[in-house]
Design a binder for this molecule. Sequence first.
Ligand SMILES: Cc1cc2nc3c(=O)[nH]c(=O)nc-3n(C[C@H](O)[C@H](O)[C@H](O)COP(=O)(O)OP(=O)(O)OC[C@H]3O[C@@H](n4cnc5c(N)ncnc54)[C@H](O)[C@@H]3O)c2cc1C
Length: 390
Amino acid sequence: MPKWSNWSQSEQSKPAQLRFPRHIDDIRAIVAESAERGLTVRAAGSGHSHYRLVPTDDVIVDLTGMAGVVAVDESRLRARVRAGTPITALGRPLHDAGVGLLNQGDIDRQAIVGATSTGTHGTGTTLGNLSTGVTAMTMVMADGSVVECSDSQNQSLLEAARLGMGAFGIVTEVELTVRPAYRLAETGWEASYDALRPSIDELNETHRHFEFFWAPRSDTAAAKHLDITDEPAVYPVGEEGSRCNWSYEVLPNHRPHLHTEMEYAVAAEGSLECLDEIRNLLLNRFTDVYWPVEYRRVAADDVWLSQAYGQDVATISVHQGIDQPSEPFFRACEEVFLAYGGRPHWGKVHYLDGAQLAEAHPRWDDWWAARDAVDPTGVFLNDRMAGWRR
Ligand SMILES: Cc1cc2nc3c(=O)[nH]c(=O)nc-3n(C[C@H](O)[C@H](O)[C@H](O)COP(=O)(O)OP(=O)(O)OC[C@H]3O[C@@H](n4cnc5c(N)ncnc54)[C@H](O)[C@@H]3O)c2cc1C
């Protein structure tokens, strides 16, 4: 029996079938056959979600074989790419075509549609998450048909499914908004939390990107800001905190230490009080946890299930080693986040049920209605997601 696990091994599954399609017709056949046999089909990107999104006992479709840039339209600032392309494999070909992604997360190992399907984000008060940059998708639907959705065709499907968590169909290609290729200069520094805190809002307002990791043991923050620059790129690419290179060379970082993670987004205004409470939890109650807390900003958007739907947010992430107890710590953090009206990251640990998720997301019922309309029998829902339905 095949085995599938996520990056940290915290989520595992033994599906009846683990399929590696190389062509859209392979996907159409897999979905049509599975639907006829009443089997669940879940798409897998690079397995970097900490939440039980991909696992099913039935069929997992790994998109690794569907990778590469299809076309770049430099005048419209659009790039069409295959769904399984790792973000790391986009940088150079997009650069060669004169463009770059608007923003990226902390790492670039995710498949592009794995990232857009969960609202993966970087940091920057003016920058939306990756789902906001999706302008069109090609999707294999529950009956094996192929649907194109964009501004001009099936627009409401695009609105709902661009952050779709694999529940609408299997995306084979995605079109993204890009910008002319740009270089970033990065400046990193360390400061005590008390020294950094008064300047956090200003740093967010004055830099394209600003973020920091606060470490509980030392009560210090490793901060950095990044801005677009005309300075020449410096090779070899330096260490995190000192790079001056093309965007795709500066935005991703090396995060090799296996961990599990919870992340909530709370309204940007008041987010530092929320962070203070999380800090207190670590300093006073969960003193064994030494993993840092990350603070970032994401611009408001109109993506139905986005963490930033309708409001500018700060995202606060807490981490724990995979062989250390995480649940009591994460549950205590979740209580704080919920008191601040937080919304969980879809690809990270949370303990919310369907009713709580509906409360956090104003477009929850619209999202489910759009989903159920294209997949009435739930071919694309695993048990966890089916349990969220009202
Ligand atoms: C070390 C590390 C660093 C991270 N850094 C960040 C960060 O900086 N910012 C952030 O926001 N998140 C971050 N994450 C979380 C990560 O970006 C998300 O969980 C993302 O969804 C993972 O992408 P993936 O390709 O691994 O997708 P998977 O985890 O494999 O899948 C995620 C979802 O996408 C769906 N999916 C995948 N491919 C398709 C497809 N072709 N069609 C339809 N649905 C599809 C799956 O069904 C699933 O629901 C990080 C995670 C790790 C482990």
